[in-house]
Write a protein that binds this ligand. Structure first.
Ligand SMILES: [Ca+2]
Length: 178
């Protein structure tokens, strides 16, 4: 009689003291992992927004076409052997022979030039640098002809192409009144 009563009392005392059984707490590393996952998710979200924003890029023109008429092997007679076309975004200094030599040596050599035609032949070439021509700059072109004896002509006229900068500044998004 007394044994079942004592057991019940212990049972009730136990329940009254502890209430509902405790839920097992998540280990610290799991909470840390969850926090880390949230941080990664947020970073991915920010990165996605940044990628989708229209970044201002320096615009380029893929190629420029130059045209001219062939001179000749001997002045304006006959057919020259080869062309040498060079260009630079630096304005040529033609005030002295040394300055011309310096510009010529530093300028970029254009490729894909045609073989000279007979004197008076209309010729052309499309110059397409690997990175294109940058807008907002001016490019200066100079062409020279060489004959079969290795004689090289003086400079052609300097052909200039200015590529306008058409990209406006990005709008300012953090303007504040103090
Ligand atoms: Ca000649």
């Amino acid at each position: 009689m007394s044994r079942p009563q004592a057991w019940n009392q212990r049972t009730c005392h136990c329940c009254a003291a502890d209430g509902a059984p405790d839920q097992p707490k998540a280990p610290a590393y799991r909470r840390l992992l969850a926090l880390l996952a949230l941080v990664v998710l947020f970073a991915a979200l920010v990165l996605s927004v940044l990628i989708l924003l229209p970044f201002p890029v320096h615009s380029q023109v893929a190629s420029l076409t130059l045209t001219w008429h062939a001179s000749g092997d001997d002045s304006l007679t006959g057919t020259a052997t080869s062309y040498d076309l060079r260009y630079s975004s630096t304005r040529p200094d033609t005030t002295s022979a040394a300055a011309k030599v310096s510009w010529w040596a530093a300028a970029t050599v254009a490729s894909g030039l045609p073989t000279p035609g007979p004197s008076g032949t209309a010729q052309s070439v499309a110059v397409a640098p690997p990175g294109g021509f940058l807008t907002g700059r001016s490019y200066y072109f100079v062409l020279r002809s060489t004959d079969d004896a290795g004689n090289q002509s003086d400079w052609s006229n300097v052909a200039l192409k200015s590529l306008p900068d058409t990209i406006p500044p990005a709008p300012i998004l953090d303007l504040r009144v103090q």
